[in-house]
Write a protein that binds this ligand. Structure first.
Ligand code: NAP
Length: 359
């Protein structure tokens, strides 16, 4: 990649995160040229991707045709669908396109061997690179703990606790079809459907990522999920979560060595503002704690602004922007990386391209 021409990038899916990726490229990234957009919705097909994200047309028509996307000459695909498809990703890599994604592949070393070999072969064939990044999984579960660990002499335990209410998160396909909020509590288990199994694997991989990156040598990752019922009917966008069905999910992923927990990811996820009395009550957002020599704690909470008034929707969107930016800002590093897997531990520190904007 030379600096003489922009990175040629394809947007794969224009949901909540994908929309922020496209807006960023249009508004802030002269070094990136959007050359294609793959959509799933027939309603979006044939429409200019600029129009799809509330910008002026940019001359790139969204398509549902994967062959059309594969035939494009592009440096990288921003792969942000709700549900991932390994065959699609391998086809992109084989066609010589790098892939950066918030959706999966945060620790390739610990994914099923068949999948890893398939992806690695596709990278070899296409001389291409794939990178998974985002917020959590992503920066907060990978980059930040490693960055903080640079100030540690020794580490005993790392805990990342996430408290979030999903009520205003627009991606209701994930909330309801994926996470099964609104289903009977006993039906919602770590492997109850494809998405929940997928999510479970992602966080198990994250646990291994920290262990493998920090000499944890854990021998097991346990997974626990407690579901809690809604105390009343809840209206979430066009869905009703009926009283008694799932309105809270407390997940815990514990990486253990000889029965001792070294790493824990805990999520306290709710809809409709339901919050059971017996749950711990950290601040909203993410609290990362490293017990060791020395012990340290940091809290992360993205907002649209800490100084000006912003709507609640804008504040919610701030989280999506962090996910999108961690991936978009990685584009130059992914394109420069050797073929194969480029993890958060492999890439240089990803920083804001635009920064203060005085380029
Ligand atoms: N790592 C992190 O921190 C993090 C945080 C948030 C989200 N994510 C991940 O980022 C990805 C995008 O999230 P999002 O919030 O943008 O989701 P979303 O709003 O639900 O949008 C995803 C898009 O996927 C497309 N889609 C529709 N049906 C599909 C299907 N059957 N299979 C595959 N894709 C389909 C649609 O694209 P079109 O609208 O273009 O048709 C949809 O808009 C997800 O994989 C999510 O898990 C990661």
């Amino acid at each position: 990649m030379t600096a003489s021409r922009p990175f040629r990038v394809i947007q794969w899916a224009t949901g909540a995160v994908g929309t922020e990726m496209v807006r960023t490229i249009i508004d802030h990234r002269p070094d990136i040229e959007l050359v294609g957009a793959r959509v799933y919705s027939e309603d979006k097909a044939g429409i200019d991707v600029g129009t799809l994200v509330d910008r002026t047309p940019i001359g790139v028509t969204a398509t549902t045709d994967v062959d059309e996307i594969l035939s494009l000459d592009a440096d990288l695909v921003l792969y942000a669908p709700s549900f991932t498809n390994l065959d699609d990703v391998c086809a992109l890599l084989e066609s010589g396109k790098n892939v950066a994604t918030p959706s999966f592949l945060f620790h390739p070393r610990r994914i099923p061997a068949d999948d890893r070999e398939k992806l690695a072969a596709a990278c070899t064939k296409g001389d291409s690179t794939i990178h998974g990044g985002g917020l959590n999984p992503g920066n907060l579960s990978g980059v930040l703990p490693l960055a903080l660990s640079g100030m540690s002499r020794t580490i005993d335990r790392i805990t990342l606790q996430e408290r979030a209410d999903w009520t205003l998160w627009e991606s209701t396909a994930i909330t309801f079809d994926g996470m099964w909020f609104g289903r009977p509590t006993e039906e919602v288990t770590p492997t109850a459907n494809t998405y929940l199994s997928f999510l479970t694997r992602l966080f198990v991989e994250q646990t291994w990522f920290l262990s493998d990156s920090l000499n944890g040598d854990i021998d097991d990752v346990s997974v626990n999920l407690e579901t809690v019922p809604a105390t009343k009917d809840l209206q979430i966008f066009d869905h009703v979560v009926e009283a008694g069905t799932t309105a809270g999910q407390r997940w815990s992923f514990r990486g253990q060595r000889n029965g001792e927990t070294l790493i824990e990811f805990e999520t306290l996820w709710t809809v409709g503002g339901e919050y059971p009395e017996h749950w711990p009550k950290p601040r909203d957002g993410w609290t990362l704690t490293i017990e060791g020599d020395p012990s340290m704690q940091t809290h992360f909470f993205p907002l649209a602004s800490f100084t000006r008034d912003a709507s609640i929707e804008e504040h919610v969107r701030a989280g999506l922007i962090t996910v999108a930016m961690q991936v978009v800002n990685a584009i130059p590093a992914v394109c420069a990386a050797p073929a194969g897997f480029a993890t958060m531990a492999d890439l240089p520190l990803i920083r804001c391209y635009t920064g203060f904007g005085n380029t």
